[in-house]
Ligand binder design. Structure first.
Ligand code: HEM
Length: 326
């Protein structure tokens, strides 16, 4: 829309392809075992639409959006429904040098906005609504770094699907009709030993990523040896290439020497991200892992399902003691 002052509605909730923004918060929560906690969480999660509207209306040009993901451990109790076909807890991937760790996480909030204050305000209202019913497993505030670069200096997000390929790659369809319109979400938090990375030449860094640093042009891999990150994360089979949607964000605290990338991937098929992780951590061929991991220490790993907006609202009616039935 050309005239930003005429914007009327906030971005629809659960819109996984909400616009790229200058700021994002990734909030991973664990539901308490206390009596009534699950009921409180159900109320807050199913009513997230109202909380987002509360904050978004205060500056529609801030493009506030929020996507909620629910993890396998609490799915059935929270929603009163059977698990989506592929949903299971994050599976560790153990390579010879690096391991993709699994860490706790029952509910994910991916909050995006052009304005830091809108993100923080929404997060504050969400946490106040939860009260004692949750504990925070991880909270990361990400920021846009120049032209969507990661802190390693490379443009990140280029190969994301666009146009009709985007819903095709991210939204569940007829293969799991009860969950059509939802999306699997995987998050991982990485920290970078920047001083080590900066010891590489630009050409060495480009060979690790598989793109040129300045102009972002794709590079072919060397004929032998370790494949680049770009190649290891490309999944091709008889049906063609399987894309995912990434909305990674840098995070940093220079005073504490912390520089990182928060990886978030949305996918129609969870196995696609799992295959990417295997190729990165175990390697292709096994043993030749993604060298990006030598400069990226993985701190967390969790999997969620972001239901469609109608399903999310409908879980309000799930009886507190509901059993798994669709
Ligand atoms: C430290 C964490 C990571 C960093 C800094 C990073 C950075 C990058 C960069 C710079 C690119 C090239 C430009 C682009 O297409 O976006 C890229 C591509 C890509 N990355 Fe990552 N990445 C990270 C982790 C991951 C993880 C964990 C996955 C999947 C499980 C992944 C999946 C992909 C995919 C699918 C592509 C596009 C490949 C293609 O089709 O060209 N990345 N990443």
């Amino acid at each position: 829309m050309s005239d930003e002052t005429n914007l009327r509605v906030p971005i629809a909730p659960q819109q996984v392809d909400a616009p790229l923004t200058r700021m994002a918060i990734f909030l991973v929560l664990v539901v308490s075992d206390a009596d009534g906690a699950m009921d409180t969480v159900r109320d807050v999660v199913s009513g997230i639409d109202d909380l987002v509207k509360n904050v978004a209306i205060r500056d529609l040009t801030g493009h506030l959006s929020c996507t909620v993901g629910i993890g396998a451990r609490v799915w059935q109790q929270l929603t009163g429904r059977a698990l989506p076909a592929e949903l299971h807890p994050f599976r560790e991937v153990v390579g010879a040098r690096h391991t993709a760790v699994a860490t706790p996480g029952d509910v994910l909030f991916h909050i995006r906005s052009e304005r830091a204050d809108l993100c923080i305000e929404l997060e504050k209202q969400i946490l106040q609504a939860f009260g004692e019913s949750v504990t925070v497993a991880d909270e990361t505030q990400g920021f846009r770094y120049f032209d969507t670069r990661d802190l390693l200096g490379f443009v990140d997000g280029t190969a994301n699907p666009v146009g009709p390929d985007l819903p095709e790659a991210t939204l569940v369809g007829d293969e799991d009709p009860n969950y059509a319109g939802g999306s699997y979400v995987v998050v991982q938090k990485y920290t970078h030993p920047l001083a080590m990375w900066q010891q590489l030449t630009t050409e060495q860094q480009e060979a690790v990523i598989g793109r040129r640093k300045l102009d972002n042009i794709e590079l072919d891999d060397a004929v032998s040896g370790q494949k680049s990150h770009k190649t290891l994360s490309t999944i091709v089979d008889d049906l063609g290439e399987h894309d995912i949607l990434r909305d990674n964000m840098p995070f940093a605290s220079p005073g504490q020497g912390i520089y990182g990338t928060y990886f978030i991937g949305y996918t129609r098929h969870l196995w696609v991200i799992e295959r990417m992780l295997e190729r990165m951590f175990v390697g292709d061929p096994p043993g030749l892992h993604d060298r990006l991991l030598d400069f990226s220490a993985v701190q967390t790993g969790a999997t969620f399902f972001a239901p469609s907006v109608s399903l999310l609202a409908a879980i309000a009616d799930a009886a507190p003691s509901a059993t798994a039935a669709n």
